[in-house]
Structure formats: C-alpha cells, structure tokens
Design a binder for this molecule. Structure first.
Ligand SMILES: [Zn+2]
Length: 431
C-alpha cells in the first residue's frame, strides 16, 4: 500500500506509515492532516524513539509525463509514487496565441508600431518556456516530497545510454540479444540512431533485434559501427549476408556516421540536473539503458512511475511495488493573465475579470461542503469555482453542483496549480 507521510510537531519528516496506522492516529486525535496531496499527517506529540529510514526519490523525466517514486533502498519498498503530467503544449499554445494577437495588431491601423526585428538576445542556457515549465514542475514536486519525507538522495535518469560502456570492444555478441546492461545500452543507442525504424524495411516494429551489418562469422566486429536495428523478419531473411549483399549498401555507410548530437543530448534533462544539484542532496544519475535493464530483469511492467523506481544503479534487487497506487498529478497552471475575453475582432466580449478570492476561497481550491437544505442539499467534495455572489459551483467526481453557499464550504486543499487523481496509470507501449 502507498504509505502516508508523517511529520513531527516541528515539521521534520519521520518514517512514512501505513494508511491503517494513519487512520488510527487521526481518529484518536494523535495526529492531524497536514496536507492532502501528497497525503501527510502531523503528529501532536513528538515520538520518543523515532527511527527514521533513509529514503531516495527517483525521477524519470519525460516530455509529456514524469514518473516519480520514493524508494527505501534498505527494504526495496516503493513507499510512494506519482506521475506528473506536464502542460508544455498549453504553454506553447498560449504563447502562439499571444504572438498572433500582437502580429495582427501591427496590421491594423491602430497607431504606428514600427516593426521590430533582430533586436532580441537570448541568455546562454535559454530554454523555451514550455520546457522551463516542465523543469519547474519536477523541481516543485521534488521539493514538496522532501518537505514530507526523509529524503537523503536523488536518482535521476539523465541520459539515454552510456557512450563509454557501448564503446567497450569486449562486449560479446550475445550481450546484445540477452539482457545484460551493456546490451541494453547498445539497444538504447541503436533505437535513437535508427530512429525506431528497421534499417532494412523502415518499418516501426515493436520487437527489435540487433543486427550485425557484416556478420560475426565473416569477420564483422561487435563495435556499434557494425550494428543496426532490424525487425525480426529482416534479421532472419538477411541471415549470413552483409548489408550490401542484402541490397542495402547505404546501411553500411549510415552505421559509420556518429549519432546526431541533438538526439544524444537532451538539454531539458541537463537543465533539470543542474537545478536538482542546487538542492544539496547527493544525486545519482542513470541511463535509459540501465532503467530498461533493471525493469526487465525484475519483470516489472512499463509505466512512468515504475521506470522512475528502476532508475539508477542503486535500484534494490527486489523491488516491492505491487501494492502501490500512484498519485496522478496534472499541471494546470494558475490563472490567465488576459483581463477579459475578446471577440474575433479583438473587442471585449466579457466584463473585466473579478477578484480571484471570494470569502477566502479561490477557484481551484478543493473543498468539502455539507449543505443541510435547499437545492444543493448533501455532502459534496471537489474543486470549487468561485462567484462574487458567494454561491459557488463544486465539481465533484460525478457532477457539477451549482449554487453552494460559501458558508457551508470547508477547504481541504488550497489551489496549488495541480489537479489530482488516484488510480492506476496507463501501461506505456514498448520501447
Ligand atoms: Zn525490417
């Protein structure tokens, strides 16, 4: 079971407890809920003999979603897990819209605006705002978890493959087909290099094989220069022929070229690494090849949070993950900067935006309302949308409940720019 984070009365993170224990502490008034997401309780009296384990937060950064797992290296238990969905696409769409608004304004006869060009400079290390948003999401969540759990180390999948390891000439041919670490690193390299396509039929297969361009039996080496990605059918059909004999002389030339830098160096991951380093916690970096190797040898399915749990060399030999239900987090952003909505001509369509806080509530707060009578009678828990009148709309899991008076609402979780959901995450397709 996913554990519950526990804080001492001084807010120092203690050993996370089981949900049943947390329930007992809460019902016996020995603790109070400190935070809903991630679920954290705070003890009312300091425990006499607190043995605090050493936990590790592990991260698998992705472009649309990032997996996170808190793992106890000693016991191999996954203590807590989450999947963080980013909003990079929304950031880009918003900026595109703003750009088109500004561009159309220049075309209209609304006073002279001289064209501006080539007068912008970008600082070194600049990243597009959509990627910055992703990095900040991850940093925010690592910091939140660190406030609730005794985190002593970070594991982080920094690169896709280990170049030094795959350049070793002593990797035997068997390593590529069997699941050794070097074999997985080579496969990761080849997947990027051949852009997930079979070198011979260009098909995007799901089961890859590593093909020797000049076969081993005819003097071909095990170096990556002699390796290509092939689907099972092509690999069988090619058999003992070289790529040129099989009718693909260009394959030989392609294999000799080095991998394009852009594919090998992921600037977002490096920028995130730099940010995580500033936290002052020891960081272990892993490769995508090692994550896959760890996951496959332990027979673990592929999801973002399980990839995170398998990142790095520190992964325990036996990982206890079966009972964990990850928290699904979606980055939502805070608010719109736009003052009012406009029609297609750019004229105001609605009145100006109202106050963002009404009677202490903000749109996006998670509230519980117990309404004794009237149309919205009943108990409703969900996200609130505020109204200046004080009659709010609460969106529960089933429906939207309108006209709930503010005086019946009690805030459970302050709006923090994220939406939460509990449940199993989708399995990811291979690779
Ligand atoms: Zn093929």
């Amino acid at each position: 079971m996913q554990r519950v984070f526990v804080l001492s009365p001084e807010r120092t993170p203690l050993s996370p407890c089981r949900p049943a224990r947390a329930r007992w502490l809460l019902t016996h008034q020995k603790a109070a809920v400190f935070r809903r997401y991630p679920f954290t309780i705070i003890l009312k009296h300091a425990p006499l003999d607190a043995v605090v384990p050493v936990l590790r937060v592990k991260i698998d950064p992705g472009s649309t979603a990032t997996g996170m797992a808190v793992v106890n290296d000693g016991t191999g238990e996954v203590v807590w897990a989450a999947e963080l969905a980013h909003r990079g696409r929304h950031v880009k769409a918003n900026l595109d819209q703003r750009r088109s608004c500004r561009r159309s304004r220049r075309q209209r006869h609304t006073g002279y605006r001289p064209p501006r060009f080539d007068n912008r400079t970008r600082p070194t290390g600049w990243l597009p705002p959509s990627l910055v948003s992703r990095i900040q999401n991850v940093v925010t969540w690592v910091e939140r978890v660190r406030r609730c759990a005794p985190i002593a180390a970070i594991s982080f999948e920094l690169v896709r493959f280990d170049m030094q390891l795959i350049e070793q000439p002593d990797i035997t041919g068997i390593a590529y087909q069997k699941g050794t670490l070097a074999g997985w690193e080579v496969r990761e390299y080849l997947l990027l290099k051949w852009e997930y396509r079979c070198a011979y039929c260009q098909k995007q297969a799901t089961r890859w094989e590593v093909d020797h361009i000049t076969p081993r039996g005819r003097g071909g080496s095990n170096r990556v220069k002699n390796l290509a990605l092939a689907c099972h059918e092509c690999n069988q059909e090619k058999g003992d022929q070289t790529a040129a004999e099989y009718g693909h002389p260009d394959g030989q030339a392609e294999a000799g070229k080095p991998l394009k830098d852009a594919a090998a160096v992921n600037s977002t991951r490096w920028a995130l690494y730099e940010r995580l380093k500033q936290m002052g916690v020891p960081i272990e970096t892993g490769t995508g090849g090692r994550t896959k190797c760890n996951r496959t040898t332990r027979g673990i399915p592929k999801t973002h949070w399980l990839d995170a749990a398998c990142a790095g060399a520190s992964t325990p030999a036996r990982l206890r993950w079966q009972e964990v239900v990850p928290l699904l987090i979606t980055a939502q952003g805070w608010q719109r900067r736009q003052m009012c909505l406009v029609d297609s001509y750019g004229f105001p369509r609605t009145k100006a935006k109202g106050a963002s806080r009404v009677f202490g509530f903000k749109t996006g707060d998670i509230v519980k309302a117990i309404v004794p009578s009237g149309k919205p009678q009943g108990t409703h828990t969900g996200k609130v949308a505020i109204k200046a009148s004080g009659n709010f709309t609460i969106t529960t899991r089933q429906r939207a409940v309108p006209d709930v008076p503010y005086r019946y609402c009690r805030r459970l979780h302050r709006a923090d720019g994220y939406a939460y959901q509990k449940g199993a995450s989708a399995l990811l397709p291979h690779p």
